[in-house]
Design a protein around this ligand. Structure first.
Ligand SMILES: *[C@@H]1O[C@H](CO)[C@@H](O)[C@H](O)[C@H]1NC(C)=O
Ligand SMILES: *[C@@H]1O[C@H](CO)[C@@H](O)[C@H](O)[C@H]1NC(C)=O
Ligand SMILES: *[C@@H]1O[C@H](CO)[C@@H](O)[C@H](O)[C@H]1NC(C)=O
Ligand SMILES: *[C@@H]1O[C@H](CO)[C@@H](O)[C@H](O)[C@H]1NC(C)=O
Length: 964
């Protein structure tokens, strides 16, 4: 092909393109583009409503400014205006635009390709929206672009090649997206880059050496990806660099020995949570502007450099959790420490979990008052705590736990007036607890447990008015608990267990109004348990075990309604177990064994779950045989007809795990039990029927209401359904999943005994008369459902896919907490089948993801799709199967169309009855629908994952609560 032939073709092409744009575009066409934009987006705050009006000159519209010479729009800045909908293509017509910023709005969906026409752009930001789709590749033509921010969206896919044409780029920020693939070596061509941020994405592979070509780089932030391999040495030659943040990858290899030599400007070097090995190069101490050095949680070894003193600006040094050692000079000082004391701006020093293996030198007192945090736990420290520690007047937190420290706690700690946390547990400290500790008016956390401390608890401790946590357990403390102690009214946790404390508990214990944890076990406390203990409404854990408490267990325990763990074992308690315990609905573990209790063991509430161990070795307790106590007299007369013992055989199937609560209640129930519980499968007890069989309401012999799901074994599908449901429920346990009590599995009869949900299903609440859920209730239910799915998808080595999410399968307990039920067609995705399984099982039309409905392909993303549909349904009160949805029009499509107009015609009218619904409410609904659409993307890869969905929905709720 000859040269002369080529030239005219090119000219012709240029001519045509040029004349086309020149003829059409001027300020009038810019104005039309803006008006089209306005018509397309949702604008719940009405920012554009009046302002963007043809009564005013377009160049004065909010967010708009024009160039002086050509009089065309050059700036389009609508950041932070609560705009929503998809990004309209019309912006692409603003051909003179240089600055485009739509950050911090609620835009969702894909970016239109028309944006690729904005060739004059210098600044482009989409940050903080809900945008999806791949990293835009049309940016490749923006040869003047200096700033590109995609931060905090849901962009996916690899970094496009066209990005590397942007030779003017100065700032590239793509933090917090789902960008995948490698970092191409062409990144080195973006030589003007000053800020490069790809943190919080899914990047893999090695960091290319070419990154070292970026000779103007100031920030390099690639934290929280899956990068592997060594850190390219070329990075350490970028003399302009100020911040390197590669935290939380899997980077390995050594740090180059010369690393500090060409780092004149570095201020923050953050490499923690990687797999680095080798030593910390001494040369690092030449990087004289260093402010923060964090190398924690790697596998670094060797000696800690003893020249840190050169780093006069150093504020944080964190080398925790490595294999570092220290050289000890002849006078027992750590040489690195003496050098470090020259860093008089040092605020935080963390050496913990390194085998330092030496004494803590008195030199520690030479740090300047700037030191606020000193951590040297798990360092095999020996000897005593030097009294010079009292010189560290600025100290806020001191942690020396789990060492071999001996001697007494120096009285000089009383000088640390700023101290908030003093953690010296698990050492060999001796002597009294010094009363000087009582001077620490800001102390909130005092942990001295597991030492050899003796003497009394200092009376003055009551003056520590900031104290929230006090752990003195496993020492040799004696005498009684000072009476003033019970005036610590803001304390949350107290552990005085395993000491030799004596005396009794005063009724003043009720002053500790917010107490949640009290462990006084293994002492010599005596007397009655004060009645006032019932006033501790927030108490979750109480152990008084192994003391000498006597007399009755107070009835008032019934008002400590938060109790989950209660241990009163090994005392001299007598009388009956109060009936009031039955109200303690959160009680998970009870131990009253080894006392002198008698009478009937309560049967209701939490007692349904307790096992014989809770009651062993008492005087004369009676109750049901499963508790291995004799039957009660009155039971014999009253209950004989109803419940002949022969039918009450519970074969306790003990779970393989230790956890007493996890599966202990997963027991077997006989056919006769079930027949009796359902009154002979009486139709009055029928709760519902489905393709698998029927669900009955039942009452077990002990009064528990349950739901009994009976499978119709005539149907092959029902049989598999039972197996699948058993398999799943055996493996899962979550607050938002239906609980299983037992199963009945005979050859010709299969049933599951499930928790009874008094409030029925979401279906009922959405569609029955006289039922109504407000905004917050619907949000809470959907957050509950989201949490259940997140758990199913992400908490097991084998993800569980529910496959059949719909309002009928969302049940509500008496507090309206949602529980996901019906695992009949769930799938446990094995690791070998790459989390996608072919299946022929059919779920419910309308909620099924397209790839599931058409090809039977199952992955957690199917549930995400159904969840999206459920979200739309819950807030529109419109079923995806509604007859209005035919042909092209689906629930999803209907909502999409309504988004630009602010959703008013689609949301459930009973949610927005007011004439002028609040901005907060409409904004909340908009964001929910954006989220739902993000869940319902056609391609499974583009759907969000449940973890992100839940986070977003929780954020939406938060915003609603704050602004509503
Ligand atoms: C823009 O161009 C159109 C014709 O293409 C013309 O009618 C209009 O007056 C022009 N507007 C301005 C502001 O020049
Ligand atoms: C990128 O840089 C390499 C040399 O580092 C060069 O060969 C190549 O042409 C450059 N690519 C572009 C698109 O500038
Ligand atoms: C404390 O430990 C050091 C070193 O382990 C030992 O030499 C010293 O005798 C101990 N002191 C006391 C009081 O036990
Ligand atoms: C249920 O609600 C009651 C009354 O509001 C409350 O005391 C109880 O703690 C709640 N239970 C659960 C499981 O949330």
């Amino acid at each position: 092909m000859s040269f002369s032939y080529l030239v005219p073709m090119l000219l012709l092409h240029c001519f045509m393109a040029g004349s086309a744009t020149a003829a059409v575009r001027n300020l009038t066409t810019d104005q039309s583009a803006l008006l089209a934009f306005k018509a397309h987006v949702s604008d719940p705050r009405g920012v554009l409503a009046d302002n963007w009006s043809i009564s005013y000159p377009v160049c004065s519209w909010i967010g708009i400014s024009c160039g002086a010479r050509r009089h065309r729009i050059t700036t389009f800045n609508l950041s932070h205006m609560s705009l929503g909908g998809t990004v309209p293509p019309h912006i692409g017509n603003l051909s003179f635009l240089m600055y485009l910023d739509i950050s911090e709005n609620n835009f969702h969906g894909y970016l239109p390709n028309e944006l690729g026409q904005l060739r004059r752009l210098k600044f482009l930001s989409f940050a903080y929206n809900y945008l999806t789709g791949s990293f835009p590749s049309w940016i490749g033509v923006f040869s003047r672009l200096q700033v590109l921010s995609l931060r905090n969206n849901s962009f996916t896919g690899p970094i496009p090649n066209s990005l590397f044409n942007l030779s003017s780029l100065v700032r590239l920020d793509s933090r917090f997206n789902s960008i995948s693939g490698n970092i191409p070596s062409k990144i080195g061509n973006l030589t003007k880059l000053v800020h490069l941020n790809f943190a919080d994405n899914n990047l893999r592979g090695e960091i290319p050496n070419e990154i070292g070509n970026l000779k103007n780089l100031a920030d390099l932030v690639l934290a929280l990806n899956n990068l592997i391999g060594p850190i390219p040495t070329t990075i350490f030659n970028i003399s302009t660099i100020i911040i390197i943040n590669l935290v939380g990858n899997q980077l390995s290899g050594h740090l180059p020995s010369t690393m500090g030599h060409s780092f004149p400007n570095i201020q923050f070097l953050l490499l923690w949570a990687n797999r680095l090995t080798g030593t910390i190069p001494n040369s690092i101490t030449n990087a004289s502007k260093l402010i923060g050095l964090d190398l924690n949680s790697n596998s670094l070894s060797g000696q800690i450099p003893n020249t840190f003193g050169n780093l006069r600006h150093l504020s944080t040094l964190n080398i925790r959790a490595n294999y570092l050692t220290t050289e000890t000079s002849s006078n027992g000082e750590w040489s690195f420490l003496s050098s470090l004391t020259n860093c008089n701006k040092l605020r935080a020093l963390s050496l913990g979990s390194n085998p330092l293996n030496s004494i803590l030198p008195p030199l520690i007192g030479n740090f300047s008052a700037s030191l606020q945090h000193f951590y040297a736990h798990e360092c095999k420290l020996k000897g005593s705590i030097p009294k010079e520690i009292g010189n560290l007047r600025g100290l806020i937190a001191l942690s020396l736990f789990t060492n071999d420290l001996n001697g007494t706690i120096p009285t000089t700690v009383g000088r640390l007036q700023q101290l908030q946390s003093l953690v010296l547990d698990t050492n060999n400290l001796q002597g009294y607890i010094p009363y000087n500790i009582c001077h620490l008016k800001r102390l909130s956390n005092l942990q001295l447990q597991r030492n050899n401390l003796n003497g009394p608890i200092p009376t003055c401790l009551s003056s520590l008015i900031s104290l929230r946590q006090l752990h003195l357990g496993s020492n040799q403390l004696t005498s009684s608990i000072p009476s003033s102690f019970w005036s610590l009214e803001y304390i949350l946790r107290i552990d005085l267990s395993s000491n030799s404390l004596s005396g009794s508990l005063p009724s003043d214990i009720q002053n500790l109004k917010v107490l949640i944890y009290l462990n006084l076990s293994r002492n010599q406390l005596s007397g009655n348990i004060p009645i006032t203990i019932g006033g501790l409404k927030d108490l979750i854990t109480l152990s008084l075990a192994r003391n000498r408490f006597q007399d009755n267990i107070p009835d008032s325990f019934g008002s400590s309604t938060s109790l989950e763990y209660l241990d009163l074992s090994n005392n001299n308690l007598s009388g009956e177990i109060p009936k009031s315990f039955e109200i303690l609905s959160h009680l998970k573990r009870l131990n009253v064994s080894h006392n002198r209790l008698e009478g009937k063991i309560p049967t209701n509430g939490p007692f349904r779950n307790f096992l014989a161990q809770s009651f062993l070795w008492n005087y004369a307790l009676c109750g049901p045989p499963r508790l291995q106590v004799p039957p009660c007299k009155e039971d014999d007369t009253k209950g004989s007809k109803k419940a002949a013992p022969i039918f009450l055989k519970y074969e306790c199937q003990n779970p393989p795990q230790e956890d007493l609560f996890a599966l202990a209640t997963w027991r077997r129930t006989s056919y006769l039990d079930i027949q009796q519980a359902t009154d002979g499968f009486n139709e009055c007890n029928l709760l519902g029927a489905g393709s698998f069989g029927s669900v009955y309401k039942g009452t077990l012999f002990d009064g528990t209401n349950v739901a009994i799901k009976v499978f119709n074994l005539q149907l092959e599908r029902a049989f598999r359904s039972f197996e699948s449901e058993c398999e799943v429920l055996r493996n899962v346990r979550h607050r938002n999943l239906i609980k299983i009590f037992s199963s009945c599995c005979n050859l010709d009869f299969k049933a599951l005994v499930l928790e009874f949900m008094p409030n029925g299903s979401l279906e009922k609440w959405l569609y029955s008369h006289n039922y109504f859920l407000d905004m917050l209730e619907r949000l809470n239910i959907m957050i509950d459902v989201g949490l259940a799915l997140e758990y199913l998808h992400h908490s097991h080595s084998t993800p569980v896919v529910h496959c059949n999410l719909k309002p009928n399968n969302i049940l509500l307990d008496k507090n309206m907490t949602a529980r996901v039920s019906d695992f009949g067609i769930s799938k446990l995705l094995g690791e070998d089948d790459d989390s996608v399984t072919q299946t022929m099982t059919m779920a419910t039309i309308g909620y099924m993801a397209p790839e599931y409905a058409s090809d039977g392909i199952i992955s957690p993303k199917c549930d995400v799709y159904s969840y999206g549909v459920l979200l739309m349904e819950t807030f529109t009160r419109k079923k995806p199967t509604d007859e209005m949805f035919t042909g092209e029009m689906s629930l999803k499509h209907w909502i999409k169309l309504s988004l630009p107009r602010g959703l008013t015609e689609v949301v459930d009218a009973s949610l927005v009855r007011e004439v002028q619904p609040s901005y907060a409410k409409m904004d909340c609904l908009l964001r929910i629908m954006h989220l739902a659409l993000g869940c319902c993307m056609d391609s499974p890869e583009q759907r969000m994952c449940m973890t992100d969905v839940v986070v977003k929905l929780q954020k939406i709720k938060q915003t609603f609560l704050v602004s509503g």
